[in-house]
Design a protein around this ligand. Structure first.
Ligand SMILES: [Zn+2]
Length: 115
């Protein structure tokens, strides 16, 4: 379950950000997660709810934005989603490609306030 490690990092980073910016309460955290992380959203939410206990994020909302995977074919230059095609380029049938999206994992937004 790698969701736990990912969420622990997010909570730590956000808590540090809150302290540095004198935010007593975090209301919402928006997270961009690439499809290639293979996270299970429901698990992310439940891990988040327990991970924020006792922090400035307690009671805050987590919003996940899943970023679709995309790759550039090294042979024909076509763009495709490697998850949907098992890594095979639909234009030329080769599987030599560079991933250009889907590996994101970043905190997009932190909203202050709330109860
Ligand atoms: Zn191709």
């Amino acid at each position: 379950m790698h969701e736990l490690g990912l969420i622990v990092d997010v909570v730590e980073l956000t808590e540090r950000f809150a302290v540095e910016n004198r935010i007593d309460r975090v209301k919402k955290v928006v997270l961009d997660v690439g499809e290639l992380y293979y996270i299970i959203p429901t698990l992310m939410y439940s891990v988040y709810r327990s991970a924020v206990k006792g922090t400035r994020l307690e009671g805050s909302e987590l919003e996940l934005r899943v970023v679709d995977a995309a790759a550039d074919c090294a042979v024909c230059g076509g763009e495709f989603d490697p998850l949907k095609t098992d890594g095979v380029c639909p234009c030329c049938g080769q599987s030599d490609y560079t991933v250009k999206a889907g590996k994101e994992f970043e905190i997009r937004q932190i909203e202050a306030g709330g109860a």
